[in-house]
Design a protein around this ligand. Sequence first.
Ligand SMILES: Nc1ncnc2c1ncn2[C@@H]1O[C@H](COP(=O)(O)OP(=O)(O)OP(=O)(O)O)[C@@H](O)[C@H]1O
Ligand SMILES: [Mg+2]
Length: 267
Amino acid sequence: MIQRYFGLNHLPFDRALPPADLFQSQGWQELSARLDYIVKTRSLGVITGEIGAGKSTAIRALASRLDPIRHPFLYIADSALEPRGFYREVLAQFGITPAFHQRDARRQFDHAFLDAYENQGKQPVLAIDEAHLLSTSMLAETRFLTSFRFDSLSPFAFILVGQPELRSTLRLRTFEAIRQRVGVRYHLSGLQESETKAYIEHSLKRAGATRPLFTDAAISQIHTIARGIPRVINTLCAACLLDVCTQNGQAVDTENVQRAQLEYEQI
Ligand SMILES: Nc1ncnc2c1ncn2[C@@H]1O[C@H](COP(=O)(O)OP(=O)(O)OP(=O)(O)O)[C@@H](O)[C@H]1O
Ligand SMILES: [Mg+2]
C-alpha cells in the first residue's frame, strides 16, 4: 500500500538492506573501523550498544566484506548455549564433527583453530551476539578461548556483541581475566539528529522517492521519540507513512508522528 501510494520501487525502512546500502553514520564508521582492526589483529573485542542501534547489522556487514576463505566467519546468536553446546555449534560451523565430551570438544576447538592459523593461512572470526545473555559458565568459558600456546598467541578474532549490561557484567571480579584481555571496546550509540534526517532521506531515496516525504518538524519529532535508534526510527517512519496513506495526505507531518507514536506505545 505504502509503495503504491507514494510511487516507490521498494518498501522503505525495511530491515533486509544489502550491506552496500546501509547508512554510514559516524558511529557506524567508527564501529566498522574497530571491527576491521579486531579482525586484522586477531584480538578480543567487546561491542555494546542500545537495543536496535545496529550491532547485529554491523556484524552482518563485517561478515560480508571479509574474504570467506581467509576469514571463515562463525556466528553464534544462541545465548542459551552452555559450553558443551557452544563447542558443538562452533565446530559444526567449522565443518568438524564435535566430540561428545566437552573437554574433548574444547581440544578439538584448540586444534582446529591453531591448525587453521598455522598451517592453512586462515584467520577465523568468531562472533557471539546477544552476549549479555550468556550464562556465567559460558562467559567464563570464553576465557579459555583466548589463551592459546600458554597465552602467547591468538589464532582468531573474537567478538562479543551485546546490550550495555555486557560491560557491567564483564566488570565483575569473576570476569577480570577476560576483561583484561579485551583489546577493543566500542559502544554504538543512537544517531545524532542530523544523522536521523540523513538516515530517513537515505532510506527514502533508496526506495525510489523523488520528493521529501517527511517535514523537518516530523523528522525532529521522530528523532526525539526514537533517541536516534535505527530500529525505532524504522518502525515509526513506516507507521507514519501508513498513516499518511489512510489520511490521504501528501507527506508526514507532526500529527502523523503523534498518531504513530500512540500506536507504537500501545504494545
Ligand atoms: N547502518 C544502518 N543502516 C541501515 N539500517 C540500519 C543500520 N543499522 C541498523 N539499521 C536498522 O536497524 C535495525 C536494528 O538493527 P540491529 O538488529 O542490528 O540492532 P541490534 O543493535 O543488533 O539490536 P538488538 O540489541 O535488539 O540485538 C536493523 O534491522 C536495520 O533495519
Ligand atoms: Mg542484535
